[in-house]
Design a protein around this ligand. Sequence first.
Ligand code: MN
Length: 496
Amino acid sequence: MLTTKRYELWFVVGSQHLYGKKTLDEVAEHSEMMVSAMNEEFNEHFTIVMKPVMTNANDIYQLCLEANRTAHCAGLLTWMHTFSPAKMWIRGLKSLTKPLLHLHTQYNRDLPWDSINMDFMNLNQSAHGDREFGYMNARMKTRPKVVVGHWQDRNVINEIKRWATSALAFNESHAIKVARFGDNMNHVAVTDGDKVEAQIQFGWQVDGFGIGDLVAKMEALTEEEIDSLMAEYETIYKFDGPLQVDGPERDAVREQAKIELGLEYFLKEGQYTAFTTNFDTLHGMKQLPGLAVQRLMAKGYGFGGEGDWKTAALLRLMKIMSGGKETSFMEDYTYHLKPGEEGILQSHMLEVCPTIASDQPRVEVHPLAIGGKEDPARLVFNAQPGKGICVTVIDMGERFRFIVNDVETIEMTENMPHLPVARAFWKPAPSLHESAKAWILAGGTHHTAYSTQLTYQHIKDYAEMTGSECLHIGEKFNLDDFTNELKWNELYYKFM
Ligand code: MN
């Protein structure tokens, strides 16, 4: 399983010397209590680290530089406990390259009506100080995430957690390397784009290879390695008669085991965390990669079919955000337009990730209409019902555009006995007609990355951190507003 390192979030509290040392000591004491409580909530994924209370421009500048150069610092959580002049933040904010969250909170939840005096008012003054800080961020176009509410409030904690997931992905995004075997297939436009710009915006490095580099890795494998992976398949998946020892289809599965091992060696050697294949350039391969790709996605690798490097990198990004759970490459395949039941059958020729399976996947071997190779082995299953998002990223020329659609995967009641591929049937919000209309107007791909573990907000926050456009098609959708947003965004990105 591809994992990421553990990250810290730095808790940075702004104040000043106006009210004396006692006030600053109390600010530090309150902040430490808050950090300690938040760490109990975040412990599974992050450590929140308390930094000294900031009272001058040089300390803030030095702290921002330190955050930039600390690889395991995911970002800053800032809060102005008392009134804090924001001019002292200018130099630091100008230099900061890490994600910034502005937590607009207050140590006390309730006003102490009977004991409140001016000392209390001066100490608990974020209503003032955070607005001053807000002005500076607005003026400098820093665009931090702003979270408002008491620090013990469940919604506040969840909002910070969600943002932290996007901040983690932002930091890890620069380590995403995509290996492409062959170029874009069939001269498709939407899956292509500017790879240099993607590396500038997101840090995604995209490298091309010939399939012969993979074939060489497959030829170097030992029989023992392949036997051992076959044994693993048999313990995890349904293996029917023709696939068992001496069965007529067993060798076909063995071929996918070779592809999986060869691919994994290749990717590890070059530190690649995502890859694409192309069914037209398979010289030296007996089968199209099927089961092998599904298995690698389940291990956390990003993947895009037909040379689609943007979706491959996006899937890896969403695997990072979701911790690898229930997240897959997907394709809009065919519609069910019966009134009242409208939805989209999602699938691909072979490559859907088994982390979204509702039942134990079955290994099957069948011919494929394209590719001109031997019958490939693949995992067949239905997707787990539930709510999720599907996401695409497209190149609009001077910017990248994310499009997020809220979808609900429906329990599969039909068997579809002649369709031996993994599949999902989903209803996009707010309706198939509205969603498809918006998706087409926005120029979205037929390829998406799908996850039941993430929400629009995860993608939106990442898009904000990278200065990208992000469109949402959800329950509260309005087509007039959406088409206006498309027009206004054209203008906005012209000036950016
Ligand atoms: Mn496709």
